[in-house]
Write a protein that binds this ligand. Sequence first.
Ligand code: SF4
Length: 427
Amino acid sequence: MGTEPALCGPFLIHRHDRVFESCCPFCGLVCDDVRVEVEASGVRVERPDCARARSLFAVPATGQSRIGGQPVEAIAALRAAAALLAQARRPLIGGLACDVAGQRAALDLAERVGGVVEHMNGAAQFRNWLAFQDSGWMTTTLSEVRNRADLIVFAGTDASRFPRFFERCIDAGSQFGPLERTVITLGATPAGGRGTAHAIEPVDLAALFADLRIRLAGGTGAPNGIGGVPAATLDALLASMKAARYGVLVWNAAELDFPHADLTVQAMVELVRDLNRETRWAGLPLGGSDGDTSASQVCTWRTGYPLRVGFEPAGPRYEPLLFEASRLLAAGEADTLLWVSVFDPARTPPETACPRIVLGRPDMRLDAMGPQDVFIPVAVPGVHHAGILHRMDGVVSLPLQGPSPSALFSAAQALAAIQREMTHAAA
Ligand code: SF4
């Protein structure tokens, strides 16, 4: 079997004819230890033993373009998409679940058509961004968690949406020698099945963290505890937090799904800040799946704002509340939806009254397509073509390989082709 070394980013990837070692794009961990084998039937994950990776790497290399549910040639779908965008007054470029190149192309197109850009995980992202913009935050990286954290407190999450979080970040040994860790969960079930869990509803977490701040400052906390967590438990929890050498508070904004949850994030951020007067603490916001970290990074490079940006004659306009995707669609303020979703076939576009253009994985199924709806199958970065994706902590962008090339357009190519069709039609 021949080999072809390929330099990609900081990694030297050794390609054998059929076996590739690369990064996995299918959750925010972007694990860099994945080995896949390309077989006649498709891509098979040799390692790790991750059900999500096994399921999502198995994607067909071909797909069918459709208009109104009817099969059409790819060029017809591109022209129909171009025509819809050309006549739109305020298109919404949503989903944005793709690699960095796709997100750059989406911003190019949004700038041309005067669109608003928003990620499919925008509701969760903005719970974090609103807190971050208000006061800043002290966060850490996955590597720091692995190498230094001796107390990890999970708040409202058990991290199970990131299948290998414990394997990669908690159970893996520190590079700097033996490290004893304690895991505490503020939620129904112990994260990773270990440590202690204190049952509390996510909506009560903000009050709990505010109470801990009062106790930390020498004040008297709630005498009867908070949200079912007794006062004595709160005192013991705070004592553990103060005794940690490197504590990490972990949350997943997607699981804080209630009104004004940005204030819960704010309470966590403020507790972390206060704890740093006693010892070392950091936050770790879980996320990054569906390319959401990349999307906010790319939008920030390009416009100075982390999504929910509208392109207007005077320049990019940031409106974190007005440009929320579901609000724009419900209010009829967006008249065309372009939805990009290349990682997970279950992340389909929302039902809406306006025409939809969908750039999706070839195995995405749209139950009900309106007569003007356009579906364009696109290749998956990390499976069909190379690309770049940011990990959830935002400190590294990782190279994706394309072990199983496809004739399908990448998302970036499809978006550029739509722009070309708009130019041809206008000429
Ligand atoms: S944990 Fe996430 S990134 Fe890692 S292999 Fe599984 S799906 Fe891929």
